[in-house]
Design a protein around this ligand. Structure first.
Ligand SMILES: Nc1nc2c(c(=O)[nH]1)N[C@H]1C(S)=C(S)[C@@H](COP(=O)(O)OP(=O)(O)OC[C@H]3O[C@@H](n4cnc5c(=O)[nH]c(N)nc54)[C@H](O)[C@@H]3O)O[C@H]1N2
Ligand SMILES: Nc1nc2c(c(=O)[nH]1)N[C@H]1C(S)=C(S)[C@@H](COP(=O)(O)OP(=O)(O)OC[C@H]3O[C@@H](n4cnc5c(=O)[nH]c(N)nc54)[C@H](O)[C@@H]3O)O[C@H]1N2
Ligand code: SF4
Ligand SMILES: [Mo]
Length: 869
């Protein structure tokens, strides 16, 4: 079997892969050394891709009302319901909600159907929750949504400022690239984040900024640039407008809003004003804010004032989250954009696109943005909604209300690959081909267009996303305009349209790419036209505004909209963990990726925890005005007092009550419409569990009856955490129902007085399942216990390894499967003193390197551990 060059389906780094089918329906992957984004490196998620391509849980046939249906009947129904709504209530009574994970070709087809044929711009995407503030900030400053720099700038910078970015966990290969640059040239790294994250491992300076106050920091930086002679007067005079007003605005703002100690602020200002080669990288800590667009422009102001843009080793750099977040923006997936960075507000641009498409009805005003779109769906303003490649019942703010809106909407279609919290609410579910089963293109953070290629056959009746959209368009009467033989033909049409945009003076022009190039297309940075090839933007001072000058804007910092107070004293911050992807529909299939963190949690500062009476590893009920969740308490001074952090990943499929977006208010930035996912308010209280349980089983739990549960994959099956407010009367009966094992042999040790129980279920001398119950959080060697499933092990109920058996402990290095206890034991026994030494001894951290910050943290903790003993 030959290896096929393709691209990772996860983050916006856009790593190239070599995927080789194994002939048994699976594949193996390794990093593509020829891809400029990763040069062969992969992170833990990319490395584990082979564990996520199985057919477990896949939707393989269309469903209408939860029942299997034929494609023909499903497509007819979708086309009829959309056509009916449009005929009775007009084009704005229907909507699409898409995703930055769709391929460019899928996106192009959906956008063409909605904006050019249905004639509405009610098409928005989860990029509204992700990149919208960056898009809006770019457009205000540059006149176009252009990321000026490239990844090479990470290699060439002397100062990299990471603002609201946990690069170590969210863009791990880029983080490793930065780590290598730091080693090679001593690049200084500053991390601006209210939390101390894994990324701080690389930081020369961590600024634990007050939530939402970043604009005050960059206003202070602008003032410092001006007062310390670091303004590029020539660049400003020739290429920028608005400098004076922006500086006056910055002078009026108070740096104290940042809450930062004066010496740290001074160090930052000193470095920022004296280092020419400075890259400012920003991500969701900037974008997901009710003042996100202003924060973006506060950063852009600094780079424009100092002329540090579009030259090697410098520039503002908005890193994208999803694999095709950038491509979706290029193709005009957002409700306020047209294809190829053309503007929906511009009659000339609309006419050009309509002419190219020869389309009957062109949208002439922006459509509903995500938060408003779901409100409209819930209030029956939207009669038919198609959700593709995203899981809004989990990932949208105010998620309980969004789920209710989906339930209430007259007609909802969901295209997905697997059962999710959102498909459960749909009228029609359409089975999509997944990564590795389809072909197309994606654009990464530094404007490189890469091919995803088909490696595996489409399973069951699954169909490519673009094809189902075209199939519906055809049934709505527009067959001719939606008649492509393959994805390459769509790409060719799109590239031709971009030539029209290029002729109108827009940045996005890939008209140099032809259909014939498609199959073998190597990673290619846009633009690709007769006049321009790749490279950086704006080094020449030419911007995409009418007068070609960039705009600096006066920014008045605004703190998060919702205020903490007596009822909700905590600021709730949310985000990602290293080894899970969003709503976990794919990464949770990997046992390896599920071991790093196996449960939803809330990080609480030690003093807050003690005041609230929250003990380590107990559970907390976290509530906001919008909703509530039950989460495992993780006590750490990585968060500041008064702030808590919880991950966004857990769903109704993986936990009883872990959907954190149920707590987030639908508050948005007035310019970008992006929700404030990082700054909700919350109250915490002990959950007060009467019992805690830990279960392992070969099969997925059959009946999850518990006030709290969270379930995850393990190499030998499933592991489930449980807790309840009231203990069941009969643990054996409870466990039999839990595991669906009415007749299996049961070994049990019950300790009624202390509320404990240990039960193992056996067949043929082998362990099928086991449940451990205690009145306190269950303490046992979880990895060891889970590994006994399928084994012949009567000693299992001891809960820890017997003599001569080692317990590796929780996984730290997911790539090479090295556990915490193995690492701490080796550090002690072999007197290891560096991350490299751990790598040499155990290989931990030597593959993707994502766990290096954790290894460093372990090393830092070890001497103290020894001293305590
Ligand atoms: N492992 C993993 N990687 C991913 C993803 C994933 O699901 N899992 N998703 C991908 C996607 S789509 C995206 S968008 C990216 C997101 O990548 P990131 O933006 O790096 O990730 P987040 O964890 O959402 O948030 C980043 C940080 O913002 C901080 N923050 C919160 N409030 C503020 C604030 O007011 N100011 C500042 N300066 N910082 C603040 C948070 O503490 C957090 O550490 O990751 C991509 N990569
Ligand atoms: N509180 C909070 N909420 C957040 C964030 C946060 O930081 N905090 N981050 C926000 C951000 S930045 C983002 S990007 C969103 C992400 O949120 P979502 O987009 O909702 O998350 P995913 O789990 O990536 O959803 C992708 C869905 O597509 C399905 N799928 C996979 N492959 C295919 C395919 O080929 N075709 C089709 N049709 N379906 C497929 C998957 O099974 C899954 O259900 O979450 C946002 N929500
Ligand atoms: S850094 Fe990891 S998740 Fe992101 S593209 Fe590369 S391998 Fe995939
Ligand atoms: Mo995102």
């Amino acid at each position: 079997m030959t290896a096929i060059r393709t691209t990772c389906p996860y983050c916006g780094v856009g790593c190239g892969l070599l995927a080789t089918p194994d002939g048994k329906g699976g594949l193996t992957v390794k990093g593509d050394t020829a891809h400029p984004a990763n040069l062969g490196r992969l992170c833990s998620k990319g490395t584990a891709l082979a564990e996520t391509v199985g057919l477990e849980g896949r939707i393989l046939t269309p469903q209408i009302g939860g029942q299997p249906a034929t494609w023909e009947s499903a497509l007819e129904l979708v086309a009829a319901r959309f056509s009916q709504a449009i005929a009775q209530h007009g084009p704005d009574s229907v909507a699409f909600y898409l995703s930055g994970q769709m391929l460019t070709e899928d996106y192009y087809v959906a956008n063409k159907l909605m904006k050019g044929f249905i004639g509405s711009a009610n098409i928005d995407t989860n990029s509204r929750l992700c990149m919208a503030s960056s898009v809006a900030g770019h457009r205000r400053a540059f006149g176009s949504d252009t990321v000026p720099g490239t990844y090479e700038d990470f290699d060439n910078a002397d100062l990299v400022v990471l603002v609201g970015s946990n690069l170590a966990w969210c863009h791990p290969v880029l983080y490793q690239r930065l780590a290598a640059a730091k080693k090679a040239r001593g690049t200084r790294v500053v991390v601006v984040d209210p939390r101390r994250t894994a990324t701080c491992d690389l930081a020369d300076l961590h600024l634990p900024i007050a939530p939402g106050s970043d604009a005050a920091l960059f206003n202070a930086a602008l003032v410092a640039l001006a007062d310390r002679g670091a303004v590029d007067a020539r660049f400003v005079a020739d290429h920028v407008t608005g400098f004076d007003a922006a500086l006056a605005g910055a002078r009026a703002s108070d740096p104290a809003l940042t809450g930062l100690p004066a010496p740290d602020l001074e160090t930052f200002l000193d470095w920022f004003t004296t280092t020419e080669k400075t890259v400012t990288v920003y991500s969701q800590g900037i974008n997901q804010s009710s003042s996100g667009t202003d924060k973006v422009n506060a950063i852009l102001n600094c780079h424009l004032a100092s002329g540090r843009i579009g030259r090697p080793g410098m520039g503002p750099f908005s890193v994208t989250g999803q694999p095709n977040a950038m491509g979706g923006r290029e193709v005009g997936g957002l409700a306020n954009m047209l294809a190829c960075h053309l503007d929906i507000e511009s009659p000339a641009h609309r006419a050009a696109v309509q002419g190219f498409w020869a389309s009957p009805a062109m949208a002439d005003k922006p459509g509903l943005k995500a938060v408003d779109l779901f409100r409209a769906a819930g209030s029956s303003q939207i009669k038919a909604l198609w959700i593709i490649h995203t899981n809004p019942a989990v990932s949208m703010p105010d998620a309980d209300r969004v789920a209710q809106a989906i339930r209430d909407c007259d007609f909802v279609v969901v295209s997905d690959i697997t059962r999710t919290d959102t498909t459960r609410l749909a009228d029609v579910v359409l089975p999509a081909t997944a990564w590795a089963e389809k072909s197309g293109t994606v654009t990464n953070s530094d404007r490189i267009i890469s091919r995803q290629r088909k490696v595996l056959p489409a399973p069951g009746q699954a169909r490519d996303d673009w094809r189902m959209i075209a199939d519906v368009a055809t049934r709505m009467g527009w067959g001719e305009a939606f008649d492509w033989p393959d994805a390459g033909a769509i790409f060719a049409e799109y590239a031709a349209l971009s030539g029209v945009a290029g002729a109108l003076g827009r940045d996005f022009d890939i008209s140099g790419l032809q259909h014939a190039d498609y199959d073998a297309l190597p990673p290619t940075r846009w633009p690709v036209s007769t006049t321009r090839q790749g490279g950086r933007f704006f080094g020449d001072g030419q911007f995409y505004t009418p007068d070609a000058r960039a705009r600096m804007l006066p920014i008045t910092p605004r703190l998060p909209e919702a205020r903490t107070g007596k009822r909700y004293p905590f600021r709730l911050n949310t985000g990602r963990i290293r080894d899970q992807w969003h709503t976990m529909t794919r990464t949770a299939l990997s046992p390896r990726l599920s071991q790093h963190i196996a449960e939803p949690f809330v990080e609480v500062h030690p003093q807050d925890a003690s005041e609230l009476g929250l003990a380590p590893a107990t559970l907390a009920r976290v509530t906001s005005p919008e909703g509530s969740a039950i989460l495992r308490v993780s006590i750490t001074d990585a968060v500041q007092r008064g702030q808590v952090f919880a991950p966004m990943h857990w769903t109704g499929e993986t936990a009883a009550s872990g959907r954190i977006d149920a707590l987030i208010a639908g508050v948005t930035d007035p310019v970008s419409g992006q929700p404030e996912s990082k700054a909700a308010v919350a109250a915490l209280q002990p959950f007060g569990a009467a019992w805690y349980g830990f279960a392992v089983s070969a099969n997925a739990p059959a009946l999850l009856q518990a006030d709290y549960w969270a379930t995850a994959r393990h190499a030998a099956g499933h592991r489930t955490e449980l807790a309840g407010l009231e203990a069941p009367a009969d643990w054996e009966a409870y466990a039999r129902a839990l595991f669906g094992l009415p007749g299996a042999e049961c070994l049990s040790v019950l300790d009624a007085r202390r509320g404990g129980a240990r039960l193992a279920f056996m067949a043929g001398g082998r362990v099928l399942a086991a449940l451990f119950v205690a009145a306190e959080p269950v303490q046992l060697a979880r990895g060891h216990v889970a590994a006994q499933i399928g084994a012949d092990n009567p000693g299992l109920l001891a809960g820890r390894p017997g003599a001569g058996q080692a317990d590796p402990g929780p996984t730290v290095c997911a790539c090479l499967n090295v556990g915490l206890h193995t690492i701490t034991a080796a550090i002690a026994a072999q007197r290891l003193t560096s991350v490299e030494a751990i790598g040499a001894a155990l290989q931990a951290g030597t593959s993707c390197g994502s766990c290096k910050p954790e290894l460093a943290a372990l090393l830092a903790r070890m001497p103290r551990l020894e001293a305590a003993e």
